[in-house]
Design a protein around this ligand. Structure first.
Ligand SMILES: [Zn+2]
Length: 325
């Protein structure tokens, strides 16, 4: 169940009509009672009667409205937030793929795990008229009300991609194994199904992409993606795989904005029309795990450089639509 802006606006208008009606009638009685204060009192209980009548009508109305909102979705708290977010319609950015397209792929968007940084990153791209793709870890996402409210409010400019189910990594001696790296078809399909369900609780926007944790996925799990019409974005040379990243995992250092742009320019020079940039909220932490503003400013610089390079920022769905015409 999703709420369009009409739902919220019509609810407010009807509420105003009821409220004005509620206030006007007893007010009329109060004024008319005052003007007749020297006359013999014949109708002194009328205002109280009127107030209690309209108050009852208002309470019944509010109860029914709340019941409708709560009962039409599975999670009452989230649905109320979703409903509230429809009061301010999302201002959609115009997206039309050009010759050189960039996708901002923000991985690890999850409940409480650096979600404040993720939200800031999404806000900063949207405020520059650049849509962004949120690689969401579905498990427990609904519990982070602040994040849910933000994602709902900006849902027209944030495309959701599924980033595993719980992003659980298994350590096999020294090697880290990704959540979908060794899964068989049945287990992968089950995880995808429950993941999609959890994300659908917070947004009805279609999910078109799967980003495997650790960017690695088994052949059987890849086959299971077809069941849910999911395109794959991992590490490699596939069209939707990431081309550039803001963190160098070999040396554990940040990649400068200029180097990211350089990589994208090389991608375009090779004849590709799409450069996927992988981002993580953790990219801006120091060795102790504290957020570092100076590191974050490199992200702002990247956004500005994408603009001045005249790259078009798109979503996976825009490129999929373009190439499947
Ligand atoms: Zn991840």
């Amino acid at each position: 169940m999703s709420f369009g802006p009409i739902t919220g606006i019509s609810f407010v208008i009807s509420l105003l009509v009821v409220l004005i009606g509620t206030v006007l009638r007893p007010l009329f009685f109060l004024i008319s009672a005052k003007t007749k204060s020297f006359a013999p009192k014949t109708s002194s209980n009328k205002p109280i009667l009127a107030i209690s009548m309209v108050a009852s009508i208002f309470i019944i109305y509010a109860s029914i409205a709340t019941l409708v909102v709560v009962e039409t979705t599975q999670n009452s708290r989230t649905s109320m937030l979703a409903f509230a977010s429809t009061l301010i319609p999302c201002d959609e950015i115009d997206v039309a793929p050009g010759a050189n397209n960039v996708i901002l792929r923000l991985d690890d968007v999850q409940a409480y795990g650096w979600s404040d940084i993720s939200m800031r990153m999404m806000k900063d791209s949207i405020s520059r008229d650049m849509p962004i793709v949120a690689g969401v870890i579905p498990k427990g996402i609904e519990e982070d009300y602040q994040l849910v409210r933000f994602l709902e409010r900006e849902s027209c400019n944030i495309e959701f991609a599924l980033h595993g189910y719980d992003h659980g990594a298994i350590s096999d001696f020294d090697e880290v194994i990704g959540e979908f790296e060794k899964l068989n078809y049945t287990d992968a399909s089950h995880k995808l199904s429950v993941g999609i369900d959890e994300v659908k609780h917070i947004s009805e926007s279609p999910i078109v992409t799967f980003i495997p944790p650790q960017n690695r996925i088994s052949i059987e799990a890849t086959a299971a993606l077809g069941e849910y019409n999911l395109f794959l974005s991992k590490s490699g040379n596939g069209y939707y795989d990431y081309d550039a990243k803001t963190w160098n995992y070999d040396d554990n250092v940040s990649v400068s904005a200029i180097d990211v742009i350089k990589t994208c320019n090389e991608t375009f020079a090779s004849g590709d029309d799409l450069c996927v940039i992988m981002l993580h909220p953790q990219d801006f932490l120091d060795a102790e795990g504290n957020f570092t503003e100076s590191k974050y400013q490199e992200y702002i610089k990247l956004l500005e450089l994408i603009k001045t390079s005249e790259f078009t920022t798109v979503r996976f769905s825009d490129m999929i639509a373009l190439h499947n015409k």
